[in-house]
Design a protein around this ligand. Sequence first.
Ligand SMILES: [Zn+2]
Length: 92
Amino acid sequence: MNAPEQVTVHAASARLSLTWNNGQTQWIDNATLRERCPCSTCSRLKHSGQAAQIESRVAIVDVQPMGYGVQIVFSDGHAQGIYPWDYLAGIA
Ligand SMILES: [Zn+2]
């Protein structure tokens, strides 16, 4: 899967936008991204039915390109999640 042409953090609306190379722009709420964190810690919590409490106004502090996706650093200190492009594209 190709990387998006642009990944932008929108602090005011607490969303991330991804502009794909077909010209479509996808918007994802920060809280949704945090909730869907694919790291092993969050996956384990989800499987045990005790998902972490997500602040509804959680902010994105940093986005690090990782080639096949991005690592997202959240304001609650969580930064383990690396989101592959196809995973992000699949988040409605
Ligand atoms: Zn996580």
